[in-house]
Design a binder for this molecule. Structure first.
Ligand code: ZN
Ligand code: ZN
Length: 388
């Protein structure tokens, strides 16, 4: 069967799933689960894939809510990644219900391609994207060893085939002071909150002299107990982001200097821990991105020119992209005024525009699977991956 006919069949297959995919998306949206607790979502997604003829392994890579669903045996093996974790307080403000359902829809629509051209398609359930970095664990556990290409589509306000994301490390900081009556004997106290405020001020000064793409942002999680007690303990969580790992390392040292300086100035003892999951920047495979772009445009969507702009934060897909040729396109489901990680975006993720986004993402991904399995294409994709 020629490729165009195959692509028509793919689109029909996604359309045939419309009702089920939309319902699955709404079910996940209406039952938001935080990272590594996505029991309902992973159960629903895997049962849909199992019913559609996939071989399903749940709880892979030491993560209870991760899964691998495979159709076909051989290589090339193309992975379609599903995320399904929600955000605290705002449910699916990142629209991961659309990521999950477009991946399973594309997986099922890829079956005729595999039957026709050989190879296999794997829907990988990757939990805990928001700050927990589930894919980082999965990369370490070897979940991508037998994978040739990986794709994931994230809802957004524009259709973009390649986004640049930032390397990101998380930092936990604490200061320990000494209590005293804040009015009667303030000279006997050591103020852990002041140490934290000083640190924020130093970081604000540092921010004037860092690269434009880098980001440093934090929240205070403990600032003392009562205004009449000199705070003996303060704590904060910070995220440090940079366009590459080298600059991230440089910035991490500078940030720690801000905390150390505040510790010396205030007398409060500093303790800090870097969380061990560092998000890597996205290495976009442009060969793959162009295939996806053509397919998405053929569905009548305007796709932004391939232009690596910052502005998407960080994703653990970055870590996948460092080991396997990958793309992380975005699909528009909301007007440009809306920001992800908001209640408005959560509403968009359950709207008609959200459903259309999931349908088009599924179609474009499965059509791209067909392109990847064309003779010579994987070599081209891998050549680019190894040349950069
Ligand atoms: Zn997010
Ligand atoms: Zn997200």
């Amino acid at each position: 069967m020629e490729i165009d006919k195959l692509k028509l069949r793919i689109k029909d297959s996604v359309e045939l799933q419309r009702q089920q995919l939309t319902q699955l998306s709404l079910n996940i949206h209406d039952n938001p689960e935080l990272g590594f607790e996505e029991e309902k979502a992973s159960a629903w997604l895997t049962s849909y894939l199992k019913d559609s003829g996939f071989n399903v392994d749940r709880g892979i890579a030491g993560l209870a809510t991760a899964f691998r669903a495979t159709y076909g045996q051989g290589r090339p093996r193309v992975a379609l990644l599903a995320e399904y974790d929600a955000l605290p307080e705002m449910g699916h403000g990142c629209g991961h219900n659309i990521i999950a359902t477009s991946a399973v829809g594309a997986g099922v629509a890829s079956k005729p391609i595999i039957d026709q051209l050989g190879g296999s398609v794997v829907v990988l359930g990757t939990p805990g994207e928001e700050s927990l970095g589930g894919k980082i664990d999965m990369v370490k556990a070897g979940a991508f060893k037998e994978i040739d290409v990986a794709m994931i589509v994230h809802p957004n306000i524009l259709n973009m085939v390649a986004i640049q994301t930032l390397a990101c490390s998380s930092l936990e900081v604490e200061f320990f002071g000494r209590p005293a009556h804040a009015a009667a004997q303030p000279h006997k106290g050591i103020n852990a909150l002041e140490a934290m405020i000083l640190s924020f001020t130093s970081i604000n000064s540092l921010r004037q002299h860092i690269k434009a793409e880098a980001r440093i942002h934090g929240i205070i999680t403990d600032g003392g107990e009562a205004p009449n007690i000199v705070p003996t303990h303060s704590a904060a969580l910070f995220l440090i982001r940079a366009p590459d790992n080298e600059y991230l390392a440089e910035l991490k040292d500078k940030v720690i200097n801000c905390f150390t300086g505040a510790s010396i100035a205030s007398g409060a003892r500093l303790e800090y821990r870097w969380r061990d999951r560092t998000y890597a920047p996205m290495k976009n495979n442009t060969t793959l991105a162009q295939l996806f772009s053509q397919n998405l445009e053929s569905l009548g969507r305007h796709v932004e020119a391939l232009d690596l702009r910052f502005g998407f934060g960080s994703t653990d897909m970055g870590n996948v992209s460092q080991v396997v040729p990958s793309i992380h396109p975005t699909i528009s489901i909301a007007s440009p005024g809306v920001s992800i990680h908001t209640q408005e975006f959560a509403s968009a993720a359950a709207s008609e525009a959200g459903h259309e986004g999931l349908m088009d993402a599924a179609k474009a991904m499965a059509m791209t699977v067909a392109d990847i399995l064309r003779p010579g294409m994987l070599d081209k994709i891998k050549q680019e991956f190894h040349s950069r």
